[in-house]
Design a protein around this ligand. Structure first.
Ligand code: AMP
Length: 606
């Protein structure tokens, strides 16, 4: 999920107020340079650094920039809050002093979650559940892999589901609605101003209606004039319920849009104010999710295809034996491999038809090949993850056939090569993050793939990757962490870690090495690794300490991950848990949040 990058810092307190921060610093002794970090209520993803100097408190807001970096106003950008604090512990660079001593959270002081943290996460979950009909592990994986895209989706559409949003009505109609019924101070509504896409806030105070224009700056952030900026309208409204921020008073009860209300579930219980303000997440979630609609113009997500979770009811579809009359096989060939041809097909199930890929054994008489195919089927049968091609069953008819989920956009290397001009780095990062999620799942299940390469990553769409080809894969014993091959075979040496070649030892750590090479292929748009070298030349090249160069389009942080994957000693190499974390944090940092291309014009009467 969208975990806060500061969560690991022992001096991070979460969403505490300025006075709470000062209280903690007082208790910790008020020494010069004593500091703590807290979440900023105003800017999403931002922080405040609270520092003591000369027995006084200094609070510095840290903004999260659209490119994912963090900086104190006027200061240098840093890639994370930890890096920023480390920098200021060496160089004051405009602060009253360097950061000298962290004010550590005591074990009985948990990090206080922010108002929006819980809300956003809950809304995201509900949205995914309802939109794609996902549950359990498939839902978790969908959220992890697409959190930034999902957040953006929710953020840009959330206000449309709120009872206080009245769409396009005139100022006069807004006033009429506010004067209808009770007229308490703070009663409010939000409306579209005109066709420009800007909004206005109308509110009641002292039996008079006031109108405010909601401004939007160049980066798409919303605010009241001179007020705090927010990524979305609903967050601005939530904030204005807590603080007046330049309005005549803070927002109170919503003026409910009758039309919207008719379409909604019964209203949730009234908001209870306690200790400041705690908005009722359920109310917002209910409001958001009553009518889930998928906007037609948005970017396609992996979950939009039926393949994200092909088993409506796993026990129903996922039968090991598929009857021949359930299967239609097309003459279209998708490709060919060791066992034979892979053809396009359709599997008929009680819930409907599913597009499938059918691997057809080329020669029934070759028992060795048949056994190999059975072994691959056995491995695949034990795996179920959205980022791994699932086996749907075996069909033993005119030949032995392995029926799998269809990944119609084909192998990653070919796809990237053919679509170089239209693909973005962000897209590749997203796909490689998915591959790391699939590999993390394999690692957790104690399977080694042994043939991870871009040619064996198949695409369902430009946004959705699945690991395939389990022909060389092995399930490790419960107490083993590697597989020892008795003899070498037709091995993909350029993808293999040194211990595979030298000692025939295969583990998830050697898959990590292959993941690094796969990343290199991806960021080279399907280029061939160690182009002109032979397998044995690559081995000496690696032993001498050399590694593949950084592909020209590859971001520095992604090349760093590759180099970590190519750590010579497997003991020192990261595992997939760590690799997935690195991929995730980079993926999230470059997937910008709600960011309209152009700020709407702010002129005209409100
Ligand atoms: P393999 O025998 O697993 O190496 O597969 C050979 C080729 O068949 C692959 O390179 C793909 O082009 C194609 N193929 C294999 N599995 C699938 C699948 N599940 N969906 C679509 N194409 C596939």
């Amino acid at each position: 999920m969208s975990t806060d990058p500061a969560i690991e810092l022992p001096f991070f307190y979460g969403s505490i107020s300025r006075s709470d921060a000062e209280q903690h610093l007082k208790l910790a002794g008020m020494s010069d340079g004593l500091f703590l970090l807290r979440q900023c209520l105003r800017s999403l993803g931002g922080y405040v650094l609270s520092v003591v100097w000369n027995l006084e408190f200094h609070h510095y807001p840290i903004e999260k920039q659209l490119n994912g970096t963090y900086c104190i106003t006027g200061g240098k950008p840093h890639c994370g809050p930890a890096e920023l604090c480390e920098f200021y512990s060496k160089d004051p660079d405009g602060l009253v002093c360097t950061l000298k001593k962290p004010c550590l959270r005591s074990p009985d002081t948990p990090i206080r979650p922010g108002v929006f943290d819980n809300l956003r996460d809950n809304m995201l979950r509900e949205y995914v559940r309802q939109t794609w009909n996902l549950e359990g592990e498939a839902m978790e994986q969908a959220i992890i892999s697409q959190a930034p895209q999902l957040e953006k989706l929710i953020a840009t559409t959330a206000h449309e589901k709120m009872s206080w949003y009245h769409r396009k009505i005139t100022r006069q109609e807004g006033e009429r609605r506010l004067y209808c019924g009770a007229q308490p101070d703070g009663k409010f509504l939000v409306r579209d101003r005109d066709e420009s896409g800007t909004y206005a806030l109308s509110m009641m105070y002292g039996k008079t209606v006031y109108h405010y224009q909601i401004l939007q700056d160049k980066s798409g952030k919303y605010s009241m004039p001179e007020g705090t900026k927010f990524d979305t309208i609903w967050q601005l409204v939530e904030y204005l319920k807590m603080k007046s921020d330049g309005l005549v008073t803070a927002l109170g009860e919503p003026c409910v849009n009758g039309k919207a209300a008719e379409e909604k579930k019964p209203a949730p219980p009234a908001t209870r104010r306690q200790n400041g303000y705690t908005p009722p997440p359920q109310a917002l979630i209910a409001a958001l999710t009553t009518q889930v609609s998928i906007p037609t113009d948005r970017e396609v997500l992996p979950m939009d295809c039926s393949g994200f979770n092909p088993y409506h009811n796993p026990n129903e579809v996922r039968k090991f034996n598929i009857k021949r009359n359930q299967l239609l096989i097309d003459e279209v060939e998708l490709g060919s491999g060791n066992f034979g041809l892979v053809k396009k097909g359709v599997l008929k199930t009680e819930k409907g038809q599913i597009d499938v890929a059918v691997k057809v054994l080329k020669s029934e008489n070759d028992t060795a090949v048949k056994e190999e195919m059975m072994r691959e089927a056995e491995i695949m049968y034990q795996l179920s993850n959205p980022y791994i091609v699932r086996m749907l069953g075996l069909c033993n008819a005119e030949s032995l056939m392995l029926v799998m989920e269809m990944a119609s956009a084909g192998p990653l290397n070919k796809y990237l090569f053919a679509n170089k001009s239209t693909l973005t780095v962000e897209n590749i990062v997203n796909l490689m993050h998915q591959v790391s999620l699939g590999m993390k799942y394999l690692e957790e299940k104690n399977f080694v793939h042994r043939d991870l390469a871009a040619r064996n990553v198949l695409l369902v769409s430009q946004q959705f990757a699945k690991i395939s080809d389990f022909g060389l894969s092995k399930a490790l014993g419960a107490d083993d962490n590697y597989y020892k091959a008795r003899s070498s075979g037709k091995w993909p040496l350029k993808w293999y870690a040194p211990e595979c070649i030298d000692f025939h030892k295969f583990s998830s750590k050697s898959d990590v090495w292959s993941f690094g090479v796969t990343m290199w292929e991806a960021f080279s748009f399907g280029g061939k690794p160690y182009k002109k070298m032979k397998g044995n030349e690559v081995m000496s090249f690696i032993k001498e300490g050399n590694r593949l160069d950084c592909p020209s389009a590859c971001p520095e942080r992604m090349y760093t991950v590759m180099k970590e994957c190519w750590t010579y000693k497997h003991e020192d190499r990261p595992d997939f848990k760590k690799v997935e974390e690195s991929m995730r944090s980079y993926h999230y940092s470059i997937s910008s949040k709600a960011k309209p291309e152009e700020a709407a014009a702010a002129a005209g009467p409100v």
